[in-house]
Design a protein around this ligand. Structure first.
Ligand code: ADP
Length: 175
């Protein structure tokens, strides 16, 4: 809820997050911040070198050892139709260790950074559900519950799901 007591509006679309118009686009980054596969690779390809340059600057300054899991940091968005990319590092799924709070933290920290930037619309991918193998239904539950429970001035959180299965998993979390 924001200061007026208004809940953030949560929406769901199936599509490519690099094609979204939003104040900020969240990247499911890896801790190196230097690019990777999946949504990370797509964001760097579509956004161009300005994003990687800013990530290299972060590595050379505040994040010499990389960005820890569960944290978030912003860079400009290059050629994307957004002002900022908020990079966050999701946990790798583990069958033996409960890392749910780290996945929740990605969403909380991304919203905190969005508030610092003054971003009102923020697009999120399904963090950790690709290369990091988090089961889709569980990731969807954690993502949506966390956004609903986090106080923020962000007006719209848009989950952008790449395929129909992910879209259904996320959209079915709303009552
Ligand atoms: P992680 O390493 O956090 O698992 P991935 O990028 O491998 O991150 O996958 C996260 C999710 O993003 C997966 O559900 C994947 O299908 C999805 N994805 C991949 N490319 C895109 C894209 N261009 N737009 C939106 N979602 C994407």
């Amino acid at each position: 809820m924001d200061e007026d007591g208004t809940m953030v509006h949560i929406t769901f679309v199936q599509g490519d997050i690099t094609r979204q118009q939003a104040d900020a686009i969240v990247n499911a980054a890896n801790s190196s911040l230097l690019g990777g596969g999946g949504v990370d690779g797509a964001i760097h390809r579509a956004g161009g070198p300005e994003i990687l340059d800013a990530c290299r600057d972060l590595r050379a300054s505040h994040y010499g050892k990389g960005l820890p899991t569960g944290r978030a940091v912003a860079t400009p968005a290059g050629r994307l139709a957004a002002r900022w990319v908020i990079h966050t590092v999701g946990p790798v799924w583990s069958a033996t260790e409960d890392r749910s709070d780290l996945l929740a933290s990605c969403h909380r920290e991304s919203l905190r950074v969005a508030d610092e930037l003054g971003a009102k619309t923020v697009a999120f991918p399904a963090i950790s559900t690709g290369i990091f193998r988090w089961p889709l239904e569980d990731a969807a539950r954690i993502a949506v519950e966390t956004v609903r429970a986090t106080p923020t001035a962000v007006e719209e959180v848009r989950f952008v799901l790449f395929d129909e299965r992910a879209y259904e998993a996320f959209a079915s979390q709303m009552p």
